[in-house]
Design a protein around this ligand. Structure first.
Ligand SMILES: [Zn+2]
Length: 236
């Protein structure tokens, strides 16, 4: 994993895709853990399938919409600040083009180009598309590909939902005697998988990540089951 591959030379686009994939896996992981905790907790208190289905579905919808709304807000804010930075850059390019050319030249020098090559490169970039050049080199953003808040919101919604469906279905589909075992086993298996994938995406040690992830889910289910069983025994 440490050897640089050819793909890494293309930087941005691949990094972007990996970020999306990582976010999707984390979203699914959230959906699995929180919904598993919820339905296992309710199962600690009651055998009623309708109650389990209601609680699980409400948890799925609440969680996925909360994730989507949070993502929408955060990406919108990021987009607003990127747009503001681009507007400021556009103004500066119009009002003081020489200073901006010098700035771009210095930024390129900092990246390892000699003064002459940096100046030549800055001039060419400025002629072609000055705003794009400044956006990329100075702000680190691509003005043609600002993150879309709706895409981000939908992606979070779908990732969480996909994860949440597993414990929900594992709890309501099997016969009553089996539902808890089926849920616990399938949730742990899924957490092993998501832990392994996200570790591989982050080039981290999969063994530890898998263990932590599964342990986190097991703890969540144990705690909520205990709470549900206590409430059930107390006749709430
Ligand atoms: Zn600039």
């Amino acid at each position: 994993m440490t050897e640089p591959t050819h793909d890494e030379a293309h930087g941005g686009a691949l990094g972007e895709r990996l970020n999306w994939l990582r976010a999707a896996v984390l979203g699914a992981n959230d959906g699995i853990v929180s919904t598993a905790g919820l339905v296992v907790g309710v199962a600690g208190a009651t055998d009623d399938r309708a109650a389990l289905l209601t609680a699980g579905l409400a948890g799925l919808l609440a969680g996925s919409m909360s994730m989507a709304a949070g993502e929408y807000v955060s990406v919108s804010t990021q987009r607003d600040s990127e747009k503001a930075a681009l507007a400021a850059e556009r103004r500066e390019l119009r009002d003081q083009p020489e200073a901006e050319l010098e700035e771009l030249t210095e930024l390129l020098e900092e990246r390892g180009l000699s003064r002459e090559v940096a100046l030549e490169a800055a001039q060419q970039l400025t002629e072609r598309d000055a705003l794009k050049a400044h956006a990329r080199v100075e702000l680190g953003i691509d003005p043609d590909e600002l993150a879309n808040p709706w895409h981000a919101a939908w992606a979070s919604f779908l990732a969480f939902t996909a994860g949440a469906l597993l414990p929900l279905l594992a709890m309501v589909l099997p016969p009553a005697d089996w539902r808890l075992a089926v849920t616990v086993v399938s949730v742990l298996a899924a957490l092993v998988l998501t832990g392994w994938i996200s570790a591989r995406l982050g080039a981290a040690d999969p063994g530890r990540a898998v263990l932590r992830n599964a342990a986190g889910g097991a703890l969540a289910m144990a705690v909520t089951y205990g709470a549900g069983a206590l409430l059930g025994a107390a006749g709430v």
